[in-house]
Each structure stands twice: as structure tokens, then as C-alpha cells.
Ligand binder design. Sequence first.
Ligand code: SF4
Length: 306
Amino acid sequence: MSAHDVRGGPGTAPGQDTPDQDTPHQERRSGGAATRPESRELRADCGSCFALCCVALPFTASADFAVDKEAGRPCRHLGGDFRCGIHRDLRQRGFSGCAVYDCFGAGQKISQVTFGGRDWRRHPETAGAMFSAFAVMRGLHELLWYLTEALALPAARPVHGEIRQSLERIGRLSDGDPGALAEIDVAACRQEAGELLGRASELVRAGVPGRKKDRRGADLIGARLRGADLRGAGLRGVYLIGADLRRADLRSADLLGADLRGADLGGADLTGAIFVTQAQLDAARGDSATRLPAGRTRPAHWARRG
Ligand code: SF4
């Protein structure tokens, strides 16, 4: 199992081959989310979802999940009202993976649009198709989120036209019915979006003076990178679990899909860092001195030590 296979990780980055693995939740977002209105539908709205991540997804007992759970079986902590019974204590109860999961709005779309508000409890005949569709939708919405982020990067303007076309194409796919969703080749969509995001990244990082490090996909688990100059670095899909990134310069770095679980970002500068999700920050550690990319929120659990 790779680090990306563990719930609470960054999920599958566009352009990477690793299959999606996700984490469940319920009313536990630390805020997060982009400020652009067009990305609102790409944020989890647990109150409009039938707790799909708490049922459809499998858990493997680990530091992120206290127990094993099969796909399609409701979590033992899920209430009849589709709310988590321990959502205030997820981290303390060993479910930190739930605390950082983001479906990018796939849950409410499947619940309210694709299945028209028919939930899997009152309509158990829909459960199998609904859970399968959720996995597809989550993959599509993740791509839509990244592509929307790329549209907000002025330096990436040369590829904005193609990005808009990709957004429209993938957006149309996400509007399909359960049968149509089942036919979608999410890996091909990921390949297409990943190529565009890579070009956007290069354009952004080309504007950073000096030689930029490229550590794409590197294993930097537990690495000592305190104060490291990673400005404009290519850190796509890097494993930075538990890494010491205190006071690192990560300005304009590409952190798409980087696994930051337990990484210490105390005092680090992520100003202008691209493709950083709220879930990545939620899974990391940091402090009041950490400088965040625009549109991201300081996680409530970060220590105030800066
Ligand atoms: S612990 Fe709560 S948020 Fe996590 S899967 Fe169970 S019900 Fe959902």
C-alpha cells in the first residue's frame, strides 16, 4: 500500500496513476475552501449528502482510522440522520482521516442531483449504484477543483483556454445519470487534466528566479527540510509525511497531490504555492507563523506557537 492509499492522504493527483482512495466525514471541515464563487459547488456540503463517504468507502485500520471497515457498510459511528456521532472528537478517537477528507462536493451532487434526493437507507436498491457513482464523481470533482484553481493563476493564462474546455467537458460528464457515470474513464480524464495542470505549473514556476528543484513523486518521508529553499519547486505527488518543513520557503511551489500528513509547516511560507488543498493543510501541522496560499484557512488544530 502506498502512502496515497491511506485515508487522510492527499488523494490521487491528476496525472498520477494511483487509484483514488478516500476518507469519510461529517461536519468536520476546518473551514477551508476557495473563495471564488464558481468553486462553491466543489466544496463538501455534508448537510446535503447522505454521508456517502462514511458508507461507500473502505477503511483500513491505521493512524488515520481506528478500525477496518468494508466498502458499502456504514461506519459504526454513523447515525440514522446521516451525521457522525463523534464528529467533535474525530482526532482524539483515532479518526483523523475523517477530519481531513474532502469529497470536493461530490457527495451532495450524487445525493441531490444524480439520485434526486433518494437516499440509500429508504431506497436500498439504489445503494450499489450510488456508492459506485460517488467514487466516479469524487474523481471528477477533484479534477474540476484543480482546473478551477489553475484558472485563477494569471501566469497560466496561455493555457486558460484549454483549461476552460477541459472544465466544460468534465463538467458535462459529471452531469450524467448513474449509468453514464459508470462508463466514464476517470483515469483518462485525470491524464488530460494532469497534462494541463503540469503546463500551468511550469508557467507559474518559470516566473520564479533561480534554479527550481524538481522532486516530483520523491520519497521525502520524515525528511529534514527545515529552512529549505523550495521556492518554485516541483513537489507534485511528493511523500512528505512527517517531514520537518519548519520555516521552509515554499513560495510558488507546486504541491499538487503532495502527502503532507504530519509534516511540520511551522513558520513555513506557502505564499503563492499552487494546488494546495485545504485537506493537505488539515493533515499537516503548522502554527500562527505559517503563511498560507490565498483562499486556504489556518486549521483550528494548528498550535499557536509562532
Ligand atoms: S467516524 Fe464519523 S466521519 Fe468518520 S466515517 Fe464514521 S461516521 Fe463518518
